[in-house]
Design a protein around this ligand. Structure first.
Ligand SMILES: *Cc1c(COP(=O)(O)O)cnc(C)c1O
Length: 432
């Protein structure tokens, strides 16, 4: 019933994560509280790494997409596991730099990086700057030349792939703010320009087709399209690019309606096609970079809340209000994202009541789930929303001047704070 394996129910009927009793965690650290199991994060990184080693003869890199969840301790974990990191802003880059993340394993993304961010990336010497568009290519060339540096870059290509996911998290189709269009020849022109500009060294290509994708076909298709393009570049320019970044986007299980494959299985299926295609095109198998974000951290995390008011509207629905909401998890308000929830102190009881979980913001859309089955609740119960490790903390806000909750990391029955809860003082820190 419970997923992932880090979750369990102990002899008190309490939900546990990473061997820690969630009711004790709520008592000790307060609620709302983000809890993440370090072992789950490390295992996901290792599994991806192993699949790259097993499937690609020229190796590759697992670059964790830090936008899924970014704070110093996550950066340290990724660094210790020998993985790379993908950043999309000066702030994410700064966080990685603060823990001494090896610059050569940093990939810098974004469709509108500022001059200051590009300078910062060049100063720190990030491994690859992923250039998103032609304007940025020229800008970067000027900046790098003025700093007497060379920027090692990938070009982000929009391969024209439709992946079946939410409109807002699709990125591979032609109508996208991201990347350089392949179909109309823009991408080939950008490659030619990149090989001619001073201050620029083109190392390879990048694509990312979207997020929360379950079907392997779009990944396979994207890999094929990109390899064909590498062959076309060789034909037209004589340049052989031997690095290919295939992005992230692997789906995770939020409810029992979702059934993702093992990540190693996606890797095996994509690599089989890619390796075969490389041989056919007489190309070296590129060094492969992947950028999983969600699938590394989502299953590792849960959020704990305390149940407050319960409002039953006969014949309509029952609202169960919690001490958090869209400020710590805006995903339902944004995308109607499905989640599984459990009453943590009654986890051994049947889920035979139907509730709509409401947050505490002045906003009717501030919901976490509508009409889901839960154990019968009363004020003071602890509610656990599962699979919240990705795009929750990182998308949190201070709307209604609600301070962000703490993040606690658990591992083998031991817990520790890795991000402190914000205080009211933090909220007014920059107010004049
Ligand atoms: C968001 C993003 C990722 C990570 O996507 P997930 O769905 O979290 O795996 C990887 N690469 C790029 C460029 C992204 O924008």
């Amino acid at each position: 019933m419970l997923y992932p394996e880090t979750l369990n129910v102990n002899e008190h009927g309490h939900l546990t994560i990473g061997g820690c009793d969630t009711v004790e965690l709520a008592n000790r650290y307060g609620t709302p509280l983000y809890v993440m199991d370090e072992n789950v994060i490390r295992k996901a990184l290792r599994d991806y790494k192993k699949s790259i080693d097993e499937n690609y003869q020229n190796g590759g890199m697992v670059a964790y997409a830090s936008k899924a969840c970014c704070f110093k301790e996550i950066c340290r974990i990724v660094m210790q596991e020998g993985c790379g990191i993908d950043v999309v802003s000066g702030g994410e880059l700064y966080t990685a730099m603060q823990v001494g993340f090896p610059a050569e394993r940093i990939y810098f993304h974004g469709n509108n990086k500022t001059v200051a961010e590009l300078r910062m990336a060049l100063d720190y010497g990030v491994g690859r700057i992923v250039v998103d568009n032609i304007t940025e290519l020229h800008l970067l060339s000027e900046i790098a030349a003025s700093m007497e540096k060379t920027a090692d870059i990938y070009l982000r290509i929009t391969p024209g792939i439709e992946a079946h996911t939410h409109d807002f998290i699709k990125t591979g189709q032609i109508d996208s703010k991201f990347g350089i269009t392949l179909e109309n020849g823009d991408a080939l022109n950008a490659v030619k320009t990149a090989t001619e500009l001073i201050g620029i060294s083109l190392k390879g290509l990048h694509c990312h087709i979207g997020s929360q994708i379950f079907d392997e076909q779009p990944f396979i298709h994207a890999a094929e399209v990109m390899l064909n393009f590498i062959a076309q570049i060789r034909e037209q320019t004589g340049v052989v690019l031997n690095e290919l970044n295939l992005g992230g986007g692997f789906g995770v299980r939020y409810t029992d309606k979702d059934s993702p494959k093992e990540y190693s299985e996606y890797m095996r299926l994509v690599s089989a096609v890619l390796n075969e295609k490389a041989e056919k095109l007489n190309l070296p198998v590129p060094y492969i970079v992947i950028e999983p974000g969600r699938s590394i951290v989502a299953p590792a995390g849960i959020t704990l809340y305390t149940v407050g008011s319960i409002k039953e509207i006969p014949g309509i629905r029952s609202y169960l209000s919690i001490d958090g909401g869209m400020t710590d998890n805006p995903r339902y308000a944004l995308y109607k994202s499905p989640y599984t929830a459990v009453v943590a102190n009654k986890a051994d009881r049947p889920a035979d009541c139907v509730y709509t979980i409401a947050g505490r913001c002045c906003e009717s859309g501030d919901l976490i789930q509508e009409n889901i089955k839960l154990q019968r609740c009363q004020r003071g119960d602890i509610l656990a929303v599962l699979t919240t490790g990705a795009y929750n903390y990182s998308m949190s806000s201070n709307y209604n001047r609600i301070p962000r909750p703490a993040v606690v990391m658990v591992r083998d029955g031991v817990s520790r704070i890795v991000v402190k809860a914000e205080s009211y003082e933090d909220l007014v820190r920059n107010d004049i």
